[in-house]
Design a protein around this ligand. Structure first.
Ligand SMILES: Nc1ncnc2c1ncn2[C@@H]1O[C@H](COP(=O)(O)OP(=O)(O)OP(=O)(O)O)[C@@H](O)[C@H]1O
Ligand SMILES: [Mg+2]
Length: 365
């Protein structure tokens, strides 16, 4: 998969921008606050139908405009496609794929796939669990049909359940119905998370092994609220969830929120058997994230038959020379878009497409 051409109108600090990407490594460089990450944000938008960082689409519209437009021409193994989005301050966004309107995100996702690695992911090992869940969910959403709809459904049920739990006299019959719905959709999410984490673990293990010259064995474990789900089928998970929810009912009523479900689960990383969050050095933790991200690229390729576009936002300077070379050397035919403030020292290939960004203008130089 290759991003070919990006068009921006009133997107963040870009008033009007056309940009053609190179096939291999692209380096978007310039001083701070000029619009480098904004380029990655626009590309990522078409993978997930939303921004990597903004909570609301409205933030993407230029301060002095009422609407914004983004378009992306990309190629996959079949053909060239065009995705277009128009964002408004006062109404819903409109997205089209090859000129056909897209009604919901589940119709957009899996057309154009990316792996995004930015500074916020450097804390993947040691920060709170939400970034680890998000990371895995973004990956699976781009691979498995229906997964993103299950996530949306799960979040909707948790919200409804929370509003019931917040009432003075919660209706227990209604709560029971919600619990059954939650268990059914959650079992689906948990089984995929556990399955895909296993696949990522195997690939990341090889990478970590390579980088550490065989010294570090990386392991990842899915920490479900029902314990170890390894080898369990859908029905067993659903039954275990129902039991766990029943067991936790008094606590949920007391706390007035849903505490059992995939929205509270986590992933643990281990190096040579020791929990990485507690024992791995900062550099080791970063290497784990790098191995995990490169594993995502390989997994997406093997699962979809197409390489995702790798978006690296300002993270190259976090790694030593050998790790930077590993990132650039490992990916072969993957298209990469890197942002940085200083292109020298990156050891990028000769044929790198260099894109200079200054004050909301990008130019291939
Ligand atoms: N809605 C908006 N309208 C206009 N300008 C915006 C909007 N949102 C963000 N900006 C501007 O975009 C610029 C930030 O762009 P971006 O995050 O891409 O910077 P960057 O080049 O990646 O910088 P850094 O090197 O610090 O990461 C800032 O100048 C910010 O004020
Ligand atoms: Mg930036």
């Amino acid at each position: 998969m290759k991003a070919l051409h990006l068009g921006l109108t009133n997107f963040r600090n870009y008033i009007q921008q056309e940009l053609t990407f190179g096939d291999g490594v692209n380096v978007v460089y310039g001083d701070n606050a000029q619009g480098k990450t904004n380029i990655l944000e626009a590309v990522y938008f078409f993978a997930m139908g939303k921004s990597i960082r903004a909570k609301r689409d409205i933030e993407l519209i230029n301060h002095n405009a009422d609407s914004a437009k983004i378009s992306l021409e990309f190629s996959d193994s079949m053909r060239t496609n065009i995705l277009e989005a128009e964002l408004f301050r006062d109404k819903r966004k409109q997205i089209t794929a090859n000129e056909v309107p897209i009604r919901k995100n589940s119709e957009l996702v899996r057309r154009f796939n990316v792996v995004y690695f930015g500074p916020e992911y450097l804390g993947l090992v040691k920060e709170g669990p939400s970034i680890r869940r998000k990371n895995l969910d973004v990956l699976i959403s781009q691979i498995k049909p229906g997964y993103i709809s299950s996530l949306t459904e799960m979040k909707r049920i948790v919200e409804s359940k929370n509003s019931i739990l917040k009432m003075d006299n919660p209706n227990l019959t209604l709560l029971g119905i919600m619990n059954e719905k939650l268990a059914a959709v959650s079992a689906n999410i948990i089984i995929y998370r556990s399955l895909f984490l296993d696949k990522i673990e195997r690939l990341a293990q090889e990478i970590q092994n390579d980088i550490s010259n065989g010294a570090e064995k990386l392991e990842m474990k899915y920490k479900s609220c029902i314990g170890n789900v390894c080898g369990m089928d859908l029905k067993t998970i659903e039954d275990a969830l129902i039991n766990k929810i029943k067991e936790s009912q008094a606590r949920e009523l007391n706390l007035r929120e849903t505490v059992v479900g995939p929205h509270r689960e986590d992933i643990e990383f281990f190096v040579n058997g020791y929990e990485a969050k507690t024992y791995a050095s900062q550099g080791q933790q970063k290497t784990i994230v790098m191995a995990e991200k490169l594993a995502e690229v390989a997994l997406m390729n093997s699962e979809t038959g197409d390489m995702p576009v790798l978006l690296l936002d300002d993270i190259m300077s976090e790694f030593d020379k050998s790790r930077r070379e590993y990132i650039l050397g490992d990916i072969g035919k993957t298209q990469i878009i890197i942002t940085c403030t200083d292109v020298d020292g990156l050891n990028v290939p000769e044929d790198t497409c260099r894109i200079y960004v200054e004050n909301g203008r990008a130019e291939v130089v």
